[in-house]
Design a protein around this ligand. Structure first.
Ligand code: PRX
Length: 632
């Protein structure tokens, strides 16, 4: 097990060491895992290319460290407590031994279906234990998993399957979410009609037992495939820098990119950060309410907790089903000690009943966490007072798909806690603020663009199939630095507060979306000539999506047109990308070089029409008035 920080002084000492002697520090942490061969070199790096190698020459299998390593001493400890969507159904638990056996059985099934080291396997599944089992089974045999959030549309799924040329899709029949049942397999069938030539097999897990069509020769049932398979499977020995997984995320431009994480560094960092930020002790019950379709689920539902030998809750449903007390009911039922969720969920539940958490016994809670977007003071206070009863520290964890693990965060209760501030960097993380020109801003009480100036073990290695894009997006803006895309402020004591994205990425209910991606989807509507999408402040979602559209032919029924646009966006991306507001305009404010002035559109969308700044340099300044007048 990696080092466990126990006091604030300890944190300061560890941090100092981690930046003064990073290789010594991370070498010591890595040494606590099982390696088939020790690394030759802890770190080799060049941000220009970028080329970053951690634990070069080391050989390992991450699942041995998640599972087999714990068996001698804790095989009967609970690894997963699965809470189903329907609270009247029994919950299901897996001990470490049982999880090991299921992972091996499914790994053998994957092998029997021709999956080999390096093959890409796509997952499109709800929050069921089989998703964790499947993901780990891939890692067991060196196959690369690409989990696609099951709320994405068939088109979005097809795009991701094609980009990673996946050989197999693993899905469920249906997804039970609240009162709804979503036909997951049907979406997969639809996606596979869209030229996904690389797919040879579809494995379907029976979740609800609803009817599905199975294509002969291609589609197979999970239960048939694991039937009779052995409970042991020799782990495939991987190089530290072999790919572990691909996870797609949105950026300012173009289609979502496949962020690539590798085996060794990701393993070391997710375990270290999990244990220290959440101050996890053996026997604690930890619950992260995220979806495995996002990085939070990868790092802090699957890998981090299992590497640390933790017991974690996995929840199939939604926070408001059967009522808005569900989260607190689960905390009570499973005596949750550490609870990790998103500000958008906190705001939504707060709005449903200020007093609701008081109806449940939340006395087991020791720590609360948030992730995914800035948390506002009201939500922070409510979480602290009503849920944590003023006795649980809140860790506001800032990180990204690309960072693989938490980067700036309180160390559960040890380091200073300040509402809306993520706090101090984790050991090994060297954040800095820079000006737009790339000059580092030293000293406290300063604001700037957030960069990281030294490698950390779980950082992005490349964007799948397009290394140049990785260089361009993250490493070209500022020399020798990783650029996060976020703006931040460092307060008087050096605590970081994340202000939000400074690029054309918006954060809707903690879901990250590129404005260009949503615009491309809207433009698929036959009557849309051009569109511009911006984020605007939204009470529950953090940011809402505001779309300005230029249409070709006038429409009689604007509401019907809006509905059609929503339908197109749902088809192209999924319901999470549906604009909250759509305004038809005759033009968009543009610079003389033809670039849309989003700054102005953002201000109008947020209702701040008085401080639009200089509009005289626009190609079409007259349009601004019209846009303001017609605000949706
Ligand atoms: O803007 C930051 C915001 O979420 C972005 C990363 O999104 P994603 O890759 O989907 O990962 C989310 C889960 C790790 C960041 O660039 N963000 C994330 N955490 C915080 C945050 N903003 C403010 N405070 C946070 N704690």
């Amino acid at each position: 097990m990696t080092y466990r920080i126990k006091t604030f002084d300890d944190y300061k000492k560890v941090y100092k060491k981690s930046v003064e002697k990073p290789e010594v520090f991370w070498g010591q942490q890595a040494a606590t895992f099982k390696w088939h061969k020790k690394w030759d070199k802890v770190l080799e790096w060049d941000f220009k290319k970028p080329d970053v190698k951690w634990f070069k020459g080391g050989k390992l299998n991450i699942t041995e460290n998640c599972l087999d390593r714990h068996l001698p001493k804790r095989k009967n400890d609970t690894a997963i407590i699965w809470e189903p969507n329907d609270p009247s159904q029994p919950f299901v638990t897996y001990t470490y031994q049982e999880l090991h056996d299921e992972v091996c059985r499914f790994a053998n099934a994957l092998k029997a279906n021709g999956i080999k080291k390096g093959d890409r396997v796509c997952f499109y599944m709800p929050m069921v234990p089989e998703l964790s089992i499947g993901v780990l089974a891939c890692a067991r045999i060196g196959a690369i998993h690409s989990v696609v959030f099951a709320g994405f549309s068939a088109t979005a799924l097809a795009d991701r399957i094609k980009d990673a040329t996946c050989k197999m899709v693993i899905c469920s029949d249906y997804n039970a979410r609240g009162a709804k049942t979503i036909p997951v397999k049907e979406v997969v069938d639809e996606a596979l009609k869209q030229n996904c030539k690389s797919i040879e097999t579809v494995i379907v897990h029976k979740n609800t037992g609803g009817k599905v069509k199975m294509k002969k020769g291609r589609d197979k049932w999970w239960s048939d495939e694991v039937s009779g398979k052995r409970k042991t499977c020799k782990p495939t020995v991987m190089n530290s820098e072999d790919m572990l997984f691909i996870l797609y995320t949105s950026g300012s431009t173009g289609k979502p990119k496949g962020v690539v994480h590798t085996c060794g560094g990701y393993m070391v960092y997710t375990e270290f950060s999990f244990k220290n930020v959440f101050q996890y002790d053996r026997g604690d019950v930890y619950w992260c309410s995220a979806d495995i379709g996002w990085i939070t689920g990868h790092s802090y539902i699957i890998y981090g907790p299992l590497l640390a030998g933790a017991t974690s809750v996995m929840f199939e449903g939604v926070p408001t089903y059967p009522d808005a007390g569900r989260f607190w009911h689960i905390c009570e039922k499973h005596k949750v000690n550490q609870f990790y969720t998103a500000p958008t969920a906190i705001r939504a539940l707060m709005a449903k009943g200020d007093d609701l958490p008081n109806h449940y016994d939340l006395s087991a809670l020791k720590l609360l966490g948030t992730v995914g977007e800035p948390i506002n003071v009201e939500a922070w206070n409510w979480y602290y007072e009503k849920v944590g009863k003023k006795k649980c520290p809140i860790v506001d964890t800032w990180w990204q798909t690309e960072t693989g693990g938490m980067m700036i965060s309180g160390m559960g209760g040890l380091s200073p806690m300040k509402p809306t501030h993520a706090g101090l960097p984790l050991p090994g993380i060297q954040p800095c603020l820079v000006t737009a020109e790339g000059k580092e801003i030293k000293g406290n009480n300063k604001e700037g663009l957030l960069c990281i100036k030294y490698p950390w073990p779980s950082m992005i290695r490349t964007t799948y199939g397009d290394h140049e894009r990785c260089r361009q997006v993250y490493f070209s803006a500022f020399e020798n630095m990783y650029f996060t895309g976020d703006g931040a402020r460092r307060d008087k004591k050096g605590l970081y507060r994340i202000i939000g994205r400074v690029d054309d990425v918006i954060n809707v209910s903690g879901h990250r979306m590129g404005t260009a991606e949503v615009e491309n989807a809207i433009n698929e509507h036959d009557n849309v000539v051009e569109s511009a999408v911006v984020g605007y402040p939204h009470d529950i979602k953090g940011q809402g999506i505001y779309a300005y559209v230029i249409i070709q032919n006038a429409v009689k029924d604007v509401n019907a047109f809006r509905k059609e646009v929503l339908k197109v966006v749902t088809k192209e991306i999924g319901p999470i990308a549906k604009p909250d507001k759509i305004q038809i305009v005759s033009g968009l404010p543009k610079t003389r070089s033809g670039k849309i002035m989003r700054r102005i559109l953002r201000k109008i969308a947020s209702g701040d029409t008085k401080n639009l700044g200089d509009t005289s340099t626009l190609l079409n300044p007259e349009i601004v008035k019209e846009v303001i007048k017609g605000k949706a």
